[in-house]
Design a protein around this ligand. Structure first.
Ligand SMILES: *Cc1c(COP(=O)(O)O)cnc(C)c1O
Length: 404
């Protein structure tokens, strides 16, 4: 087992003081913190490597291109894709989903259907809603139950030959539920529907194999697995990506341009117009190496322990209601205490240095289901520890005394 206390030393921000208290950072589902190796990679890039990729014949450009393309290979290997042509770098999960949703703009028509789940982040709802408005395709919703799990029986009934695309997250950012995506993908494929999986909350916590899943598109964001902000990784099956129209036009995504007609570059460049976030992409590869070095199996085991401990401790507080208690969960806990507004508790414990998220977590349909305005959400990363959970629990108890 890795020494997770030593790992904390890799993250300079964990030394920060907030209002005179040690920072206790429990908002990892919003963004994770950044280890020294990733910070150093960004600084090293601008000190020693800065240049534009794919263009220059000169030394720096070639070096930068090599590192950038080598990073693509790291993600291809990590996700077990077939080819580096299947890995597209974007600015994040939101950008990736918009890119794919836009790709269906010419092929969907009135009478077609697309299927979403009630557990989605707004960024896996809104781009498809926009697509639905533009094409006339109808959006259907897989409902969830009290435990925060999707109702697969109803999903089966929603599927038909009209279904063209299904888009579901692998793990809910608001509740932590791990969805049975293998089953969801397999059932959609029986009707020849394409499936996009939003893996923003999965890739940081356990191993994902796109070939084994037979998924059509899989997307995630580097800043959720200790990488920098502004980098997304989009996996798409080569055959399908080749058929999709490009999302944005510009330099680097073309083969030949005249004023009469432009022909597009091959994958993956077709979907990477302009100058990408070169430093960020390279640093994302460093973040990937970093978590692989700790080992995703070690991470999962340790985070499961944190989750079990925090869940037990929270339940000892009077009036705590946890939302989403599926057996299959990652290290996210959404809860309320009595009828105290989540924002009030969040503000009080922030004064004590404890950082949590409050609100609807970009997933209003889930809050509507539970008929609440929002929750307090704590979400762990492998650098969190049991002592921090004890301090959280004490802070919550103090907040309840102050607010009730
Ligand atoms: C964070 C998150 C997103 C959005 O990611 P960005 O990096 O902000 O684009 C989408 N879906 C889920 C499940 C998320 O957790």
């Amino acid at each position: 087992m890795k020494d997770f206390e030593l790992i904390r030393k890799d993250f300079p921000i964990l030394e920060a003081k907030v209002n005179g208290h040690h920072l206790i950072y429990l908002d990892n589902a919003a963004t994770s913190q950044t280890p020294n190796c990733v910070i150093d990679s960004i600084s090293d890039y601008y000190k020693n490597l800065n240049s534009n990729i794919h263009r220059g014949v000169h030394f720096l450009s070639q070096k930068a291109t090599e590192k950038y393309e080598n990073t693509r290979k790291k993600f291809k290997d990590h996700l077990n894709a077939n080819s580096t042509k299947e890995i597209i770098f974007t600015s994040g999960t939101t950008h990736s989903i918009n890119l794919i949703a836009n790709g269906f703009i010419n092929s969907l028509k009135p009478g077609d259907e697309i299927i979403v789940s009630q557990l989605e982040h707004h960024s896996n709802i809104v781009p498809w809603q926009m697509l639905s408005e533009k094409t006339g395709a109808k959006m259907k919703v897989i409902p969830m139950n009290n435990l925060g799990e999707l109702d697969i029986k109803i999903y089966e009934k929603l599927l038909s030959n009209k279904t063209k695309v299904v888009f579901v997250n692998h793990v809910s950012n608001a509740l932590g539920t791990v969805n049975p995506i293998k089953k969801i993908i397999e059932k959609a494929h029986r009707y020849d529907a394409k499936v996009l999986i939003d893996g923003a909350q999965a890739v940081p916590h356990f191993h994902v194999d796109v070939t084994e899943l037979d998924v059509d598109f899989y997307v995630c964001s580097a800043h959720k697995f200790c990488g920098p902000t502004g980098v997304g990784i989009l996996y798409g099956k080569q055959r399908i990506l080749e058929e999709l129209p490009p999302y944005q036009g510009g330099g680097e995504m073309i083969d030949e341009v005249t004023f009469e007609k432009t022909t597009y570059a091959d994958l993956p460049n077709k979907f990477e117009p302009g100058t990408p976030n070169i430093a960020g992409v390279i640093a994302s590869g460093v973040a990937l190496d970093y978590i692989n070095d700790i080992g995703l199996d070690n991470i999962k085991k340790y985070e499961d322990k944190l989750l079990a401990y925090a869940t037990k401790k929270l339940k000892e507080i009077n009036g705590v209601k946890i939302y989403g208690e599926s057996e299959n969960k990652t290290s996210v806990i959404s809860f309320n205490i009595g009828d105290i507004h989540p924002y009030d508790i969040g503000s009080v414990i922030d004064n004590m240095g404890v950082a949590v998220r409050t609100g609807h977590h970009c997933a209003q349909p889930i809050m509507d289901y539970f008929k609440i305005p929002g929750t307090i959400r704590i979400s762990f990363c492998f650098y969190n520890n049991f002592e921090e959970i004890d301090i959280l629990i004490d802070s919550l108890k103090k907040a309840v005394r102050m607010l009730s």
